[in-house]
Design a binder for this molecule. Structure first.
Ligand SMILES: Cc1cc2nc3c(=O)[nH]c(=O)nc-3n(C[C@H](O)[C@H](O)[C@H](O)COP(=O)(O)OP(=O)(O)OC[C@H]3O[C@@H](n4cnc5c(N)ncnc54)[C@H](O)[C@@H]3O)c2cc1C
Length: 543
């Protein structure tokens, strides 16, 4: 079915944030069409067959907590089929000296609406686990936990799900800063390396903090993640939020959102690439598709990167020179992944279980050298010069422990994340050897941590590299996982550039809901909900 000639609202791109905003627009009574260039919806939130017959892998995003997004509740997504498993063990790391650290969730999800309650048992177990290697860090953990429970958790949620305030008005995280508090003014300007060494004394937590930071912000040791990045990384390192596995894979999030949209009348059109945003008298009036078809709309919402939206699709709009330069100067060269789906005969069995029988079934299990200085100072250098690190620092998850339906009976699927160079640094042939290098390093390093992870145990591997990401996600420049690195100068009220940071654009009825806006990259971040609330405010309707 082709799109109709006119809707109240059109949404450009059928990616993750478009699938969130569409049902909100429709719930307000608007006719809505979502226009996606490819054959599938969900953007980087989709699963597919592989790496072998009978397995279902996450093609891109994997670690998600969509149960905490307001849409989960607003649209009853549990009843639309989005179910999570919530293991007690949360963030863990196995080190190269045979030791390990397992953290436990400080909160539990207690119902099908995503409601959380504190889990004191989890806090006690995490504290005890840290105390085994550092009393000072165990005390720090308790202080951070108490600050989190005492307001930081709420502030973090508000920060994510509200539009950033103007300069001069503190955002919810800035409002929590105090010179004698846990999060102090200087922390917003510290590099990751400084933060790791400021908060923690042990090599264990410094290593985990630095590695988790690259997963959650894309940043490396000398980058400044800002308050948003800092609080996120602390929450990960210390298991402050419930970790979870989406049953059925990340696709389950997209499927539930599409079901919610369809129920409210949203039309989803695939193979509908947008070639131009049409304008008249200083307003957006709709879009022209590559097919030449035109679709009119009162409200035009771009789920595409802001640079694509304003530098490519709106040729008739004059941008101030500085804004144009700034949009072209958004940095993308962090968070480039080597994302591997590994089909195995037996689940990994970590040798560190001898010291702690709990090691292994954690949804966020890292393994790598216990070497924070190397992570802080040489990890990025090697990735940028060699294409990948010479020492493997994995984040992994054996999803099928909780979701056996994604593998043939008795087999397992392990997702493994490492980092790679920005796409432009190497040519096609070099990327081929980087691909081989990453897979060889995975296979040669893994048995050191889990002796049963021999070559014979690995049935198949599918690797996704920056070239694969850019080919499917034109706004993830350099093949990173983000539409603009989430560093301090590109976060909050500065994202992606200060003068265009609040979901409104240069035309009064053209909005941007994509992850190139605050609160950045990641499944379940706030850009689409915040964009919807901005549109509702402009139209004078209840969000
Ligand atoms: C490999 C990888 C791993 C990741 N891992 C995680 C993870 O574990 N956890 C997590 O939280 N996040 C993860 N992310 C990040 C997360 O997936 C993204 O932040 C999120 O998908 C961004 O949503 P979006 O709607 O802004 O963009 P996208 O989801 O990329 O959607 C954009 C859509 O627009 C379409 N499009 C582009 N141009 C046009 C056009 N001209 N006309 C019509 N359609 C167009 C694209 O085809 C795409 O469908 C990962 C991302 C990648 C790539």
């Amino acid at each position: 079915m082709s799109p109709a000639a006119r809707y109240d609202a059109v949404v450009l791109g059928g990616g993750h944030h478009s699938t969130i905003i569409a049902p909100y627009l429709a719930r307000a009574g608007m006719s809505v069409a979502v226009l996606e260039r490819s054959g599938r919806f969900g953007g980087a939130a989709m699963s597919g067959k592989g790496p072998l017959n009978g397995f279902t892998m996450n093609l891109y995003s994997h670690w998600t907590r969509f149960y905490s997004h307001p849409a989960y509740r607003d649209f009853g997504l549990y009843d639309e089929g989005l179910r999570y498993a919530f293991p007690d063990g949360n963030e863990a790391m196995v080190f190269d000296d045979g030791t390990a650290f397992v953290g436990y969730s400080a909160y539990r999800v207690v119902d099908d609406r995503g409601t959380q309650e504190p889990w004191p048992e989890g806090v006690k177990r995490t504290e005890e686990a840290i105390r085994r290697f550092s009393d000072a860090d165990a005390d720090t953990y308790l202080r951070i936990h108490d600050a989190y429970a005492g307001g930081l958790k709420t502030a973090f949620g508000q920060h994510r799900f509200t539009a950033p305030p103007a300069w001069g008005e503190p955002d919810p995280l800035e409002a929590m800063l105090s010179e004698d508090g846990v999060i102090q003014p200087v922390h917003q300007f510290m590099s990751l390396r400084q933060l790791a060494y400021d908060f923690f004394e042990s090599a264990e937590l410094r290593t985990l903090f630095l590695r988790a930071a690259t997963t959650s912000t894309g940043c490396y040791g000398d980058d400044v993640p800002g308050l948003q990045g800092l609080v996120h990384v602390l929450a990960l390192t210390l298991s402050l939020e419930p970790a979870a596995i989406a049953i059925g894979g990340t696709q389950a999030i997209t499927d539930a959102l599409l079901a919610a949209g369809r129920k409210r009348g949203v039309e989803y059109h695939s193979h509908a690439p947008v070639a131009e945003i049409l304008t008249r008298n200083g307003r957006a009036i709709g879009v022209r598709l590559e097919s030449g078809d035109e679709v009119e709309a009162d409200v035009v919402v771009s789920g595409l990167g802001l640079p694509q939206t304003l530098l490519k699709l709106t040729p008739s709009v004059e941008l101030p020179r500085r804004t144009r330069n700034r949009l072209a100067n958004v940095h993308y060269d962090r968070g480039q992944l080597a994302w591997l789906n590994v089909a195995v005969h037996e689940a990994p069995d970590y040798a560190a279980r001898v010291g702690d029988p709990e090691v292994g079934p954690q949804p966020r299990l890292y393994w790598g050298p216990k070497d924070p200085d190397w992570l802080a100072t040489r990890y990025q250098a090697e990735i940028f010069t060699r294409g990948h690190s010479s020492r493997f620092f994995a984040l992994s998850s054996t999803d099928t422990l909780w979701d056996p339906g994604r593998a043939p009976a008795g087999k397992h699927l392990v997702g493994v994340e490492e980092f790679a160079a920005p796409l432009r640094f190497f040519d096609r042939q070099q990327w081929k050897s980087i691909e081989n290098g990453v897979v060889d390093l995975l296979v040669s390093s893994w048995p050191r941590y889990a002796p049963n992870m021999t070559r014979d145990n690995i049935a198949g591997v599918r690797i996704i590299l920056p070239r694969d990401i850019l080919a499917t996600h034109p706004d993830m420049l350099e093949g990173g996982y983000s539409q603009g690195t989430t560093m301090a100068s590109q976060s909050g009220r500065f994202r992606p550039v200060p003068e265009l940071s609040g979901y409104r654009t240069v035309l009064p009825n053209l909005y941007n809901c994509s992850s190139s806006m605050h609160s950045g990259s990641g499944i379940g971040r706030g850009s689409s909900l915040n964009c919807w609330r901005t549109i509702a405010a402009d139209l004078g309707i209840e969000p």
